[in-house]
Ligand binder design. Structure first.
Ligand SMILES: Cc1ncc(COP(=O)(O)O)c(C=O)c1O
Ligand SMILES: N[C@@H](CCCC[NH3+])C(=O)O
Length: 420
């Protein structure tokens, strides 16, 4: 559903003109539609109907407290990968019993924090982690609920940097070895085996890799049950793709239907960890053109947002739609939309046909709600941009623009350098 739309040649987010927000908050900024976020959650959640399930939003895709709160208010849980994400999610109001914790490198302090809070489940990614968690739980007088995150060796057919379920990836425990690890875990006194977890990659545009994975997970659960290891939760991760350009990913309803069908009679509570599909198309990045520049080789449109604000194009060569905030009659040019950062890899769109934007014009970088702000940095000492949420006919600053003072917070010049 699209709550970003044009009316009288102006881009709107729900009932608010994007240009009016820009006039108030300056550029660049991230802009999200509350209605879209809520709608995406509901559609995804309802796609699993009466099947016992929990939608654990992948915090890494967008960790703004207000956005987490929207999903939590709908009954959602969270998938976290760090102590920092746990802290955020708790601040946003999540019940610890709805938190699953993935990641290949959990630190001892992060493990203790999650144990203290009593999260739903640790998704264990190595034999050593199993031992460390058991020990930590023992020391704290707790019992940790666990799943093993298995690596099924399935090709998700996505960008190599974001595929996670192949043998050569660092993630999970080889599915063929996982039964042996489950048997070890069963002997560890401070662990309670409750689940099986898996996540094969991100931005998947086909159902077949999911289905192939489910087949392997079902087999594994059957084998575990023969070993008298009871599995209550099956966590199948996230990864459902969205349309950035010409992709045709399955609709969440189709995704849900095929999964339910595949898992009939399994008698597990399903856990899902969607990120991108909930937030990706619910947000845009709004930037302003500073200059245009014709060189001998190319035409550049230089904007005030850069790779530090949105890393995806530079990092993965990803496509994001580029649209005017205020439409006007004009030609199209083959251009690169670039930022002020001192790297030639700093582009938001490269050698593409786009409107011939003029200096001073606002540009919307589409589908920027997932892995946009969360992957942003202060490179080139650029303050991170604000995040704005539109709800009905109002807009709310849900994260303020960083200041120069914010940039140096925590830094100190030691006395040995000041001669004091
Ligand atoms: C363990 C885990 N769960 C969930 C996700 C969310 O993925 P996506 O945003 O593709 O739905 C990721 C990232 O790919 C992940 O690593
Ligand atoms: N950061 C990636 C997705 C990574 C998924 C993390 N498991 C992207 O923007 O597409």
């Amino acid at each position: 559903m699209h709550h970003f739309h044009y009316s009288n040649g102006q881009l709107y987010c729900e009932g608010v003109a994007v240009a009016a927000i820009a006039a108030k908050v300056g550029t660049p900024f991230y802009l999200y539609s509350h209605a879209t976020l809520q709608h995406h959650f509901q559609v995804f959640d309802r796609a699993f109907g009466e099947t016992p399930h929990l939608v654990c939003f992948a915090v890494k895709s967008n960790s703004n407290l207000a956005i987490l709160r929207i999903f939590i208010n709908q009954g959602g849980g969270v998938d976290i990968v760090s102590g920092g994400e746990l802290f955020r999610a708790l601040r946003a109001g999540v019940a610890p019993g709805k938190v699953v914790y993935s990641g290949v490198g959990k630190r001892p302090d992060e493990i203790r924090y999650a144990l203290e809070q009593g999260i739903l489940m640790f998704n264990i990614e190595s034999p050593q982690e199993l031992q460390v968690l058991n020990q930590a739980a023992g020391q704290m007088g707790r019992r940790a609920r666990i799943a093993l995150r298995v690596n099924p060796d399935v090709d998700p057919q996505t960008h190599p940097y974001i595929s996670t379920g192949l043998k050569q990836n660092k993630f999970g425990i080889d599915i063929d070895r996982s039964v042996a690890e489950y048997l070890i875990a069963k002997q560890l006194p401070h662990l309670e085996i409750v689940g099986v977890a898996c996540h094969i990659g991100s931005q998947l545009t086909q159902l077949s890799p999911f289905i192939e994975t489910l087949g392997r997970l079902k087999e594994l659960i059957a084998r575990l049950r023969r070993e008298d290891i009871q599995i209550r939760y099956l966590d199948i991760g996230g990864g459902l793709g969205i349309q950035y350009n010409e992709e045709t990913p399955p609709h969440p309803v189709e995704y849900g239907r095929s999964i339910i069908q595949e898992l009939q009679g399994l008698d597990c509570t399903l856990i899902l960890e969607p990120g991108r599909v909930l937030v990706g198309n619910a947000g845009i990045l709004v930037t302003k053109v500073l200059f245009t520049k014709q060189t001998e080789a190319k035409y550049f449109i230089i904007a005030d947002a850069a790779m530090n604000d949105l890393a995806r194009p530079s990092l993965y060569g990803s496509y994001h739609g580029i649209q005017p905030v205020v439409e006007k009659d004009r030609r199209e040019v083959t251009a690169s939309l670039v930022g002020p950062i001192c790297e030639s890899g700093d582009f938001l769109a490269k050698d593409r046909l786009m409107p011939a934007f003029d200096p001073g014009e606002l540009v919307a970088v589409m589908s920027a709600g997932a892995y946009g702000f969360t992957m942003s940095s202060n490179y080139n000492s650029r303050p991170r941009v604000p995040e704005i949420l539109v709800h009905k006919n109002e807009f709310y600053v849900i994260r303020q623009r960083e200041t120069y003072e914010d940039l140096i917070r925590g830094e100190e010049i030691p006395i040995c350098l000041t001669g004091g």
